[in-house]
Every structure is written in C-alpha cells, then in structure tokens.
Write a protein that binds this ligand. Structure first.
Ligand SMILES: C[S@@+](CC[C@H](N)C(=O)[O-])C[C@H]1O[C@@H](n2cnc3c(N)ncnc32)[C@H](O)[C@@H]1O
Length: 312
C-alpha cells in the first residue's frame, strides 16, 4: 500500500492536541521530531532511542509526522486536519510556524520511520515500556514491563506527560487501590496502575478508538480482568469514590472537571493531573484549590507540568 507522510512544523505545546487530531483522522502512528532529543544524554542500558540523525530534525519547533493511507479521501482528510489544527488557536495554543506538507512514502519506509523512534524505554524506577514487536527481557526482578501497540490511540507511553503520570502513580499507588483513568488513550496509565498494585481501574475516554485500544492493550498485558474501559465524557455520571484519579489531558480540560474529580475521590485520595503546559500551571493550581484540593506536588519535564492534589 502507498502511504502519504503528512508533516506539521509546530511547537512543543501543540504536540499533544495535534497528535490527537491526527489519530482521530485515522493516522497510523505519529512520529515526533524534537531537536531537544538530539541534546539529551541517554542511558542506553535499556536500549532507548539512539543513533538520531540531526538532518531529520527542524532547527526550531518540532516536526510531527503522521502516515495516512493514499486513498480518494486523502484531500478531504488533510483539509479537515488543517482546519482542526487552526482551531487550536481558539484555545490559545501556540502553533509556531504551522506549516503542513504532504509527501508520498512506500510501506517499507513507513514501517522503518515509525519503528526507529520507538524502542523499550525505562519510564520510572520500576516501569519500562516496550513496543509489542521488541523481544525485551527485564534487567531486574522487580522491573514492571508494559507492552504497548502504539499504532492505535494516543501514546507510545514515552511522552513527558505520560512519563510524569507514571512516575506519580509509582509514588502514590498502594496495594488494593481503586483508580479512575480519565482520557485513557492507549490505556498505558491504567495498565501501569494495575502493575503497581491497584486492584481495579475504571478507564474512560471520549474517543471510541481509545476505548478499544485500552481494552486491547489491557489484554496484551494480561490485566484485562482488572480494567474496565468505557466511553465517557470526563467524569459525567460517574458516582463512586476512589483512591486515585489520574488524568493526562490538556490544562483546559482538567479545568472542566476538577470539581467532579474532587467529588469522586475518597477523603485522603489523590488527583494526579498531567498534560499541563507550563504557561497554564498557575491557572490549574488555582482551579484545583478552589475545588477544595491541597496541592502536594508540582513536577516538570521539559515544558510539561504534572500537579498532584490531595482531598483532605
Ligand atoms: C493526552 S492523551 C493521554 C493518553 C494516555 N492516558 C497517556 O497518558 O498516554 C488524552 C486522552 O484524553 C482523551 N479525551 C479528550 N477529551 C476527553 C473527554 N472530554 N473525556 C474523556 N476523554 C477525553 C483523548 O481522546 C485522549 O485519548
């Protein structure tokens, strides 16, 4: 099959919302070319990304590449993507150069382009994420491995917002906890929660592909008996109280359901939020405090913030 490579020159801030748009448009895998990756010192003992070619990277901003099948709807799909990307300006998201171009690639190039960026990555003290096609053996006996098929919903699991979420889950989950994952995407946070000791996760996503993807990845990791994945808008009509709510979603979306999150937590429960761009940190903190939360941690990775709030 012939594939078309859609390149979008944009900013760090816009990676997540544009990745969502691309996935919703049916893209098979999104590659992020961020020049800061070239500068990072990497621990290669776990086989992370290496041998990056500087010629693949833009001098400023980031390049997102998505692969769309060449068919008669391609023109319409690209127009819809352009429109949806431009609509992000309404949410004050800086799109930078915002240049969109299209080129043709064959299946073989597509497979290599996608896989060369995706290797097993150690995410936290205990969690390593590996793509399904890698034959990865744990380095230590307490290492937890999550296998992900990234070709479906958002998330290879290695984006800073996901990493911050998993690191927080590792610090706060206790055996037997009940967790809600709002915006589950690939299901990576739900799976991590179970591996870290939670007894049950209720995963919700608005996007039907994400709901199915969470189910598939839960099955792949043999934790499907403990994860329920359903389509739902945030916490609408959810009437239960749990120990932890985790949500890696945009700042604007967190500020739509902070009160519902407070109501759905037991006292002493934690709201682990991520996906917050640095510029929106104070706004989200204020919204959480107004809902009744105490802020107990604020963590940063690159331009991304994760806030952990507690219901006293
Ligand atoms: C940034 S992704 C996070 C995916 C995954 N949890 C992770 O950490 O890699 C955000 C997810 O939130 C979902 N989402 C966006 N708006 C939502 C809403 N109103 N209700 C439920 N899910 C939503 C998107 O479909 C997407 O899968």
């Amino acid at each position: 099959m012939k594939w078309s490579e859609l390149s979008i020159h944009t900013t760090n801030e816009a990676i997540e919302p544009i990745s969502n748009i691309l996935h919703e448009a049916g893209a098979s895998g999104v590659v992020i070319e961020d020049p800061s990756d070239l500068l990072q010192e990497r621990d290669t003992s776990f086989g992370e990304i290496y041998e990056l070619n500087p010629d693949d990277y833009p001098e400023e901003g980031v390049m997102l590449k998505a692969y769309l099948p060449m068919n008669s709807f391609l023109g319409e799909t690209v127009d819809e993507i352009k429109q949806a990307v431009n609509n992000l300006l309404i949410y004050d998201i800086d799109l930078g150069v915002n240049q969109i171009s299209l080129s043709e690639v064959n299946e073989e190039e597509w497979a290599t382009a996608w896989k060369k960026y995706y290797k097993p990555v150690k995410i936290s003290e205990r969690v390593t994420i590996t793509p399904t096609w890698e034959d990865y053996s744990p380095v230590s006996s307490d290492e937890l491995i999550i296998e992900l098929d990234p070709g479906m919903a958002f998330g290879t699991g290695t984006h800073p917002t996901t990493v911050l979420s998993i690191q927080a889950l590792e610090r706060y989950i206790k055996n037997g906890y009940h967790v809600i994952d709002v915006g589950s995407g690939s299901g990576v946070l739900s799976i991590a929660s179970i591996l870290l000791g939670a007894k049950k996760v209720d995963a919700y996503d608005l996007d039907d592909i994400a709901v199915k993807s969470t189910r598939l990845n839960a099955k792949l990791n043999k934790v499907d008996n403990k994860i329920s994945s359903k389509q739902n808008n945030l916490l609408n009509n959810v009437n239960q109280q749990v120990d932890i709510i985790v949500s890696n979603i945009l700042a604007e979306i967190i500020m739509r359901f902070e009160q519902d999150a407070f109501d759905c937590l037991k006292s002493g429960g934690f709201f682990i939020t991520s996906g917050i761009i640095l510029a929106k940190k104070e706004q989200v903190k204020e919204a959480l405090i107004s809902a009744g939360f105490e802020i107990i941690e604020v963590n940063q990775m690159e331009d991304w913030i994760s806030i952990i709030a507690k219901k006293q």
